[in-house]
Design a protein around this ligand. Structure first.
Ligand SMILES: NC(=O)c1ccc[n+]([C@@H]2O[C@H](COP(=O)([O-])OP(=O)(O)OC[C@H]3O[C@@H](n4cnc5c(N)ncnc54)[C@H](OP(=O)(O)O)[C@@H]3O)[C@@H](O)[C@H]2O)c1
Length: 303
């Protein structure tokens, strides 16, 4: 144990030192965890080795180097890479805990959980809710799902990655599902902002001037989520603050404004088409939260 190491922090092997893997390894190292690193392109580990990490010559050597109490962390491009790295390891993962922070689907995460179960190891799947420069900060979070005993053993080490790091359930697929939900949210918000910036740009207004107004609008909408979530869970979209028909009328304005200004109108047309399907199915007087039922395929199937 180093002088900075908390007694709860364990040795860690980080396999995959891309932009994110380097940040993860740096946070483990900075938090006092004895850290062994391996990357296919070895030079990406040079700065970490200079900062005190141990370099392994292979993924197998990295797993062996941290010993039976060590945590094995994977962060690779995708699940093809995960399979390519894990399959040759076989029995060396027996009795070990693997945390996979590679992005992918819930089905892919559950497949790795089965592979680890067959190997005699435990598995946690994780979704990183931060960019590399945010790793280790109080507001960074890694959402982890899977084996409860593995979380009890390694939660303190994983919390070095961000103050909001938490386990969200036993189903190994949950972290990936949360990540998908947040990614959809991210693209929805970013596309809305960038489309709005294109509209204002047509009148000579810079994106920088629009940004504070957009940020305020995002905050206003974020304030609606608690009520929307309650409505979605209860299946109750009555007594709206604004009806779906009112939303549809303003969607028309957005489509027409975009067309008039030569701004691509495909995104607002698509959003309007989804809402029209719900209205055609008799939900025009409901709160906009009823769109959850369109996404669930319960109302307004495409004609
Ligand atoms: N960057 C972010 O902001 C961010 C945020 C959240 C989540 N993530 C997720 O984190 C994961 C890694 O992202 P990144 O930004 O670090 O990507 P990256 O910089 O492109 O790094 C990819 C890593 O995967 C390794 N790799 C790919 N194929 C491999 C194979 N067949 N065998 C062994 N190693 C292989 C690469 O090794 P080489 O160096 O040898 O090519 C590299 O270490 C992704 O799933 C990403 O979605 C990233």
């Amino acid at each position: 144990m180093t002088e900075h190491q908390s007694p709860d922090v364990t040795p860690v092997a980080v396999i995959g030192l891309g932009l994110m893997g380097q940040a993860l390894a740096g946070a483990f190292l900075g938090g006092g965890a004895p850290t062994t690193v391996w990357n296919r392109t070895a030079s990406k580990g040079d700065a970490l080795v200079a900062a005190g990490a141990r370099r392994a010559g292979s993924a197998r050597e990295a797993v062996e180097a941290v010993g039976p109490d060590g945590l094995v962390v994977l962060c690779l491009t995708d699940y093809d890479a995960v399979r390519e790295v894990l399959e040759p390891l076989g029995g060396v993962l027996a009795g070990r805990v693997l945390v996979n922070l590679t992005s992918g689907t819930s089905a892919a995460a559950r497949e790795v959980a089965e592979l680890m179960a067959r190997t005699g190891g435990a598995y946690l799947d994780g979704a990183i809710m931060a960019t590399p420069d945010g790793i280790g900060a109080d507001d960074a979070a890694v959402l982890v799902s899977g084996d409860p005993a593995a979380w009890d053993r390694y939660g303190a080490t994983l919390r070095l990655l961000g103050g909001g790091t938490a386990r969200i359930g036993a189903d190994h697929g949950l972290a990936a599902l949360y990540e998908m939900g947040v990614l959809g949210l991210m693209w929805g918000v970013l596309n809305g902002f960038l489309h709005g910036a294109a509209l204002l740009g047509a009148a000579g207004v810079s994106a920088e001037a629009f940004a504070p107004v957009a940020r305020h609008g995002i905050g206003t909408v974020a304030g609606w989520l608690t009520d929307y979530a309650r409505r979605v869970d209860a299946g109750d979209h009555a007594s709206p603050d604004a009806t779906l028909e009112t939303h549809l009328a303003t969607m028309d304005h957005l489509v027409h404004e975009s067309e008039a200004l030569g701004v691509d109108a495909e995104l607002p047309r698509f959003v309007r088409e989804l809402a029209r399907r719900a209205a055609a199915a008799g939900h025009g007087g409901d709160e906009y939260s009823v769109m959850a039922d369109v996404f669930r395929g319960r109302v307004g199937a495409p004609s």
